[in-house]
Design a binder for this molecule. Structure first.
Ligand code: FE2
Ligand code: FE2
Length: 212
């Protein structure tokens, strides 16, 4: 169903993701996750839809950028495929797919996107890279704390999120027009680290841990 595991190459890609992020998810979040499994799976389904939607909106806005069109069209299809896989898990586990408020995470990351091009595009792509990297890191940790069947499910999704991270970062570099992406990236990585490690009001896929 998903991409076959490429062994060593996938391990390197995941190691790159862990190097890229400013911090690992606190242990408390992974300890809390199994008790909130239904909510996390619903939120995960929403995140996959959102990921496809973000890629699609870029396809509308940047029709003059062929590499972006090719890369993000394929990426959007993969995210919708992931959505279908998570939706099947919800059905198999007889979880009602109810409406759920999104976490503070994506909105807070996107709040820093600049208005003027090329930064509007570059910042949006960098947010994509950070979200994909964090998703990959959470999949990896969840694989170790969830029931075995779901653990295998998350292990299978790891490699494609690591690839999406690389693709977003590559596109950001390409379209920065020779400008440095480093300062914006540092700001985003700090923001991500703060959002995933400080206490949060609700447990979600990209939330901080609940206060204890
Ligand atoms: Fe995905
Ligand atoms: Fe992705």
């Amino acid at each position: 169903v998903t991409a076959p595991n490429n062994g060593a190459a996938d391990d390197v890609a995941v190691a790159d993701v862990l190097d890229f992020l400013a911090c690992r998810t606190p242990a408390a979040w992974f300890e809390q996750a199994p008790a909130h499994l239904d909510v996390l799976l619903i939120d995960h389904a929403n995140c996959e839809k959102k990921a496809a939607g973000t890629a699609l909106s870029l396809l509308y806005r940047y029709v003059d950028k062929p590499e972006l069109l090719r890369t993000l069209s394929r990426l959007a299809r993969e995210e919708l495929r992931h959505f279908e896989l998570v939706e099947a898990v919800l059905r198999a586990r007889e979880i009602d797919y109810v409406h759920l408020s999104p976490s503070r995470y994506a909105g807070a990351l996107r709040a820093g996107i600049r208005d003027r091009e090329p930064w509007r595009l570059v910042d949006t792509l960098l947010v994509g890279a950070v979200v994909e990297a964090r998703s990959c890191e959470r999949f990896l940790g969840l694989a170790g704390v969830l029931p075995a069947d779901l653990g295998r499910f998350y292990t299978r999704l790891l490699a494609s999120e690591a690839r999406h991270f690389r693709q977003y970062l590559g596109l950001a570099e390409r379209y920065a027009d020779g400008g440095s992406i480093a300062p914006a990236l540092q700001r985003l990585l700090q923001k991500d680290a703060e959002l995933v490690s400080t206490p949060d009001v609700e447990l979600r896929f990209h939330s901080g841990p609940l206060p204890v």
